[in-house]
Design a protein around this ligand. Structure first.
Ligand code: MN
Ligand code: MN
Length: 466
């Protein structure tokens, strides 16, 4: 079958860059690995739908692998395996390497574990016209109409007056009830459908149906509300006032599933950014390295990395400084020698919406984890814009370890934009570049990724740690 290649063909192969589909490159053994790894990822997605649950999952995985809790001031030595929990909502899992940390720095993989969702308001419960509802306030950048008419689960905590914390997780077990946001029937939706999609459902219409059974007592009004309160009291021992100090979120009740006859793809809630958090966690927990490596799983990226659990909080810098101190190292030197992969998803090119992408520089599904030199909007505003020198270094790491990867830009210039945690890590004088899995339908209640890209992301982290 081997025909002799023409001179031009040979030159083309030698000189031209071509993005390639990872599934095409992978041999059978590697394809099996891609599919095997996806099973663990799907189980993780179903177990952990909120930042608190991801945090718990990560701590459990770390403990199973011999990691122990770290607190500020604890001594550290080479070979130590530690996890550091911030308020139950973010966690840093780390290994202390044998290399001199002042010269070698830290290898940081930073991803976020919060996802867009529908948060319940502090005084949420009311009834109207045969239904009881929770008032909500959405979290993160969502298309509000996508969250109507789908099964929702409720996750979170309720803090009681006595300081006790009650956990809530309803709608995940097939026997559980689920919750619901109403949409308008098309028969009466003429006016709704003729307006802007951003106004199809308004924020104050995102009310979650939580009940419909009137409490059996002629003497009281708001019987359905009372019925719901009585169930909440029986189940959780809470009263309406306790909801004032609750943190409850409605998330899609769907589980993660394979998509396609060939099962190449995965549909799930919250790929953004658990599709980077899971590889970061499994890479650091399951693999030894000479470097000091940190998997930072942080909260609040979807609302600007704010608050005590977002990456802008000083606690993460404090942790790095504490690690440096415990190892007798100069923190400034450690930072200067450190490197970071800011690991967040990017938009996968979607042929159904081709006009918003620039295909040459968009991430293509199944072509591997995607590196974004810069994010931001307009003239790269708000972007980290990594140095070519650092990208070159990371590129070498990937080449030496057969990582299939690609470069990416979120969309066409001036169409929109986005940003993530990279710029906040870079502020610490740490070389940082964005790297993550391409996603279709990002921020929808159910997003799509390729199993090949998930595994490529994991392999990229292993190469970065090596
Ligand atoms: Mn993200
Ligand atoms: Mn996002």
């Amino acid at each position: 079958m081997s025909e002799k290649k023409s001179k031009g063909q040979e030159l083309l192969e030698q000189l031209a860059y071509k993005k390639r589909n990872y599934y095409e490159i992978a041999d059978e053994a590697e394809r099996n690995e891609i599919f095997r790894y996806a099973e663990g990822y799907k189980a993780f997605l179903d177990a952990a739908k909120t930042e608190r649950e991801v945090c718990d999952f990560a701590v459990n995985e770390a403990k199973k692998n011999g990691f122990t809790e770290y607190r500020f001031g604890d001594p550290l030595k080479a070979g130590d395996k530690k996890y550091f929990v911030n308020r139950g909502k973010s966690v840093v899992v780390f290994r202390v390497g044998t290399k001199n940390i002042e010269e070698d720095g830290m290898r940081i993989i930073a991803s976020h574990i919060d996802a867009p969702r529908i948060d319940i308001k502090q005084n949420p419960l009311y009834e109207d016209s045969g239904m009881a509802f929770f008032k909500t306030h959405y979290y993160g950048g969502i298309k509000k109409y996508q969250w109507t008419a789908i099964p929702l689960a409720l996750h979170g905590v309720i803090m009681l007056k006595n300081g006790e914390k009650v956990s809530v997780r309803v709608g995940e077990d097939p026997k559980d009830p689920v919750f619901y946001i109403n949409d308008l029937l098309p028969h009466l939706g003429g006016e709704q459908m003729s307006g802007a999609a951003s106004k199809l459902i308004e924020g104050e219409q995102l009310n979650v149906v939580v009940g419909g059974l009137p409490y059996d007592d002629k003497e009281v009004s708001d019987k359905i509300k009372l019925g719901v309160l009585s169930v909440l009291h029986e189940t959780y021992g809470v009263s309406e006032e306790d909801l004032l100090s609750a943190e409850l979120s409605a998330v899609p009740a769907y589980g993660a599933r394979d998509i396609g006859f060939d099962r190449a793809l995965i549909g799930a809630y919250g790929h953004d950014d658990r599709v980077c958090a899971y590889p970061a966690l499994t890479a650091v927990v399951g693999n030894n390295t000479e470097h000091t490596v940190l998997a930072m799983l942080v909260d609040k990226e979807e609302i600007g990395s704010e608050g005590t659990t977002g990456i802008q909080c000083k606690i993460y810098e404090d942790l790095m400084e504490e690690i440096s101190l415990a190892l007798g190292a100069n923190f400034r030197k450690v930072r200067a020698a450190s490197k970071c992969l800011s690991s967040d998803v990017t938009a996968a090119y979607d042929p159904n919406f081709a006009n918003v992408y620039e295909k040459m520089n968009a991430a293509l599904l199944s072509c591997g984890t995607a590196m974004c030199k810069f994010t931001g909007a307009r003239g790269k505003s708000g972007s980290n814009d990594a140095n070519a020198e650092f990208i070159g270094e990371v590129r070498r790491m990937f080449a030496e370890n057969d990582v299939v990867w690609q470069t990416a830009e979120l969309g066409k210039v001036d169409i929109g934009g986005g940003g993530t945690v990279a710029k906040f890590v870079a502020q610490l004088n740490i070389d940082t570049v964005d790297l993550g899995v391409p996603v279709i339908s990002m921020h929808a209640p159910w997003e799509l990724v390729s199993k090949a890209d998930v595994y490529s992301n994991y392999k990229a982290f292993l190469a970065f740690m090596k």
